[in-house]
Design a protein around this ligand. Sequence first.
Ligand SMILES: Cc1cc2nc3c(=O)[nH]c(=O)nc-3n(C[C@H](O)[C@H](O)[C@H](O)COP(=O)(O)O)c2cc1C
Length: 372
Amino acid sequence: MEARDAWKLTDRLQAPSGKGDPFAAAVRATRMPMVVTDPGQPDNPIVFVNDAFLQLTGYERHQVIGRNCRFLQGPDTDQAAVSAIRAAVESKTDIAIDILNYRRDGTPFWNALYLSPVTDDDGELLFFFASQLDVTQRKRAELDVIEERDRVEAAVAERTQELEVALQARTDLLHEVDHRVKNNLQLISALVLIERRKATDAATKATLTTLRERVEALSAVHRLLYRNDNVVRFDVAGFIREFAAEAAQARGKPPVGLKLDLDSISVAAAFAAPVALMASELVRIAITHALASGTERYISLSIKPTSDALYRFCIADDGTAEGIITSIEPDQKSFIELLATQLHAKVHWNGYVGPSHSICVDLPIDEPPRGG
Ligand SMILES: Cc1cc2nc3c(=O)[nH]c(=O)nc-3n(C[C@H](O)[C@H](O)[C@H](O)COP(=O)(O)O)c2cc1C
């Protein structure tokens, strides 16, 4: 008990006079609020407080001595913080924690509490010591920042949601438009088919067949755009894959083999139609060539980026028969040239890869400048 009462010595010290234990005098005089509690007594009551503590809390000394410090807590004190302190006291370890406390007049303040056990030389617990610092201003600033951040995050989330709804509405609308355009093109295709059946001379029939195939290619563009989530970009490789498979099946007897090496290239949907017309025209040339030669085992279709701005689409034969270039009709050539001008593309009519003959087109990935 002697050791436990040792703190009482400090209570008798007079700081201003400078007498006695200088350390105890400093504790008494410091502007930092401090308390000492006695865990040897029931409910660990306060046995010492300095003037700074009384000033901070607004209590008189006789109102706090003998009480557990929890009287500083109130309705909005975080119970998780209280539990953390309880655990530290029970395990006799120190803790630093911010906790909302209340003055005698009921006004709240943020208390940066630091508490620590005080042991004797044998490690026996004597007291708990604590310092309390009013950090209301800092805490308020922190809370303001958090509040502001939450407010901004909520505003951003709300705006994002609005934009997502607007984007979805736009996507739905474009899908609807693509769907209708596709249906109309199919209708036109059917009308052309009727006319072709009625036609008696071979030249008219051939013209109407070509016309129908071109309308079908345009219809395929809108079918793809309608199916895709991305309504502003058009997947050229996807189109070629689908179109070539259909074209090879529709005309191939025996079916023409397709060797596909298609990198994913997506171009602005706004100029998907001329790109698709160009690609479908070349695919039809390749398939017609393979069928006409009778000996071609396969045709190759490839699409590769050649720079950030350009990609190259090539059709090639398998090198066993006459060059693919021999299968092009003059009007097909001028149609492709016309599309190339519109697309700012460059056609290489007669290339070779090993024994194979190829036709390649360099196309821009993004929309060519208008009026150019
Ligand atoms: C030395 C010491 C000082 C303390 N100072 C404060 C304080 O300033 N504010 C406070 O809310 N709790 C303070 N506490 C914590 C409470 O006294 C008590 O330990 C806490 O509320 C957990 O216990 P309980 O759940 O029994 O209330 C202090 C505890 C000790 C040991």
